[in-house]
Design a protein around this ligand. Structure first.
Ligand code: NAD
Ligand code: MG
Length: 396
């Protein structure tokens, strides 16, 4: 039995992971479940999956969970805080770690899992953007296998030759074609985007996801983060990664080789496909995803992204080209701006505006270690927060 820790179990990726795992009860055993504060959802998951450990970031929520589990006579140990996460992923009973926490908060536990030589199923793209070089180095030192869960990167991984190492360009690859659905505002005017509400931004036409990544998909920052993610994972230069809008979300990305061959991975837009691929790899296991009906889909369209309406993509490409600390600053400013937009404190165009302003105040330099990058992350968050405060004061 393969022990698995699902970090971010109460989220969208966490739920899809548990769905796939439950289809293979003879193969996987849920060892650890971890989330931020939703103790009710975590309790329901504990009752079904009976893990050894359950971890909540929030201490009060952890107490509630502990009391509820005791009353159900479940022996699951309840812990709280980030140190418990990093400890849990090192547990010898855990072979596979699903890193599905949202945001840079997932970086320390993902690095801990990589350092401990686990198979790391990497959904938490922000950790690759913030500390990509550190994470790849930790995996190399620890002997870990990193398998991307992001549908595009999982598709690229499937289209690359077997045996490529993380962060090392595969021989014969000319470039990567990273597909983007275009998000909910693909056909909206600038005026409509200026008035966009959080619910409109989260109404993704193809994917059901958490609210932060849904807003990232609306600004196209999601594709920008994914461009950086692709450079880190596959050892590509930013100019080798082209973003192509593909509204049907059936082709999940493509790899072009020097001989002109282009390999693509296709499938219904359902995250259980990349999750099952990564859980079973190198074998194939069932995911519960329906067969792709290409005749019903009928068309596959491709177009160039509109950088004018989606400046986040330009900012992310520039950060990828600068390298060093710039992607961490881009990510932190984005996390703060997206949270402010979701809370009704900032308009939709304010999201890229805040990110651009924070990047302008940053002096890019190489990343040294985890502490260093976490300090950069804190700096960028406080800059973004003070810009938000100044904007609010100016607006009153
Ligand atoms: P979500 O908001 O639905 O879930 C996030 C999970 O992280 C929740 O379980 C939450 O409790 C947990 N969490 C948040 N902060 C935490 C903290 N400090 N400590 C512990 N747990 C914490 O998000 P999601 O859509 O499942 O996305 C998760 C990650 O996967 C993100 O990085 C996202 O970019 C990536 N991703 C998601 C999808 C998708 O289809 N949802 C696709 C590709 C990549
Ligand atoms: Mg993606």
């Amino acid at each position: 039995m393969i022990g698995i820790a699902v970090l971010g179990s109460t989220g969208s990726i966490g739920a899809s992971t548990l769905d796939v795992v439950a289809r293979h009860g003879d193969r996987f055993r849920v060892h650890t479940l971890a989330a931020h504060s939703d103790h009710r959802r975590l309790l329901a998951q504990c009752l079904v999956h009976r893990p050894q450990r359950a971890i909540l970031e929030d201490a009060q929520a952890a107490q509630e969970l502990g009391a509820a589990l005791r009353s159900c006579a479940l022996p699951t140990r309840v812990e709280c805080g980030p140190a418990a996460l990093s400890d849990a992923v090192r547990d010898p009973g855990v072979a596979v770690v699903m890193a599905a926490i949202v945001g840079a908060a997932g970086l320390p536990s993902t690095i801990a899992a990589a350092s401990a030589g686990k198979r790391v199923l990497l959904a938490n793209k922000e950790s690759l953007v913030v500390g990509g070089a550190l994470l790849v180095a930790a995996a190399r030192r620890g002997g870990a296998t990193l398998i991307p869960i992001d549908s595009e990167h999982n598709a690229i991984f499937q289209c690359l030759p077997a045996g490529v190492s993380t962060g090392v360009p595969a021989s014969g690859v000319r470039r990567i074609l990273l597909t983007a659905s275009g998000g909910p505002f693909l056909r909206k005017s600038r005026a409509e985007m200026t008035r966009a509400t959080p619910d409109e931004a989260c109404a993704h036409p193809r994917w059901r996801m958490g609210r932060k990544i849904s807003v990232d998909s609306a600004t196209l920052m999601n594709k920008g983060l994914e461009l950086i993610e692709a450079c880190v994972l596959f050892g590509m230069e930013p100019r080798q990664v082209e973003v192509v809008v593909h509204p049907q979300s059936i082709v999940h990305s493509m790899v072009e080789y020097v001989d002109g061959s282009v390999l693509a991975q296709l499938g219904n837009p359902d995250m259980r496909t990349p999750i099952a691929h990564a859980l079973g790899w190198p074998e194939r296991i069932a995911s519960g995803v329906e067969s792709l009906d290409l005749v019903a889909a009928a068309r596959l369209d491709f177009e160039a992204p509109d950088i004018g309406r989606f400046p986040a993509l330009r900012l992310a490409r520039a950060a990828a080209e600068s390298g060093g600390t710039s992607p961490a600053v881009l990510n932190a400013a984005n996390e703060v701006a997206v949270a402010a937009f979701l809370a009704g404190r900032l308009g939709f165009p304010g999201v890229p505006a805040i990110i651009e302003a924070v990047l302008e105040r940053h002096d890019c330099r190489p990343v040294t270690d985890l502490e260093d990058v976490l300090a950069v992350d804190r700096w960028a968050r406080s800059e973004a927060e003070s810009m938000l405060t100044r904007a609010a004061v100016a607006g009153t």
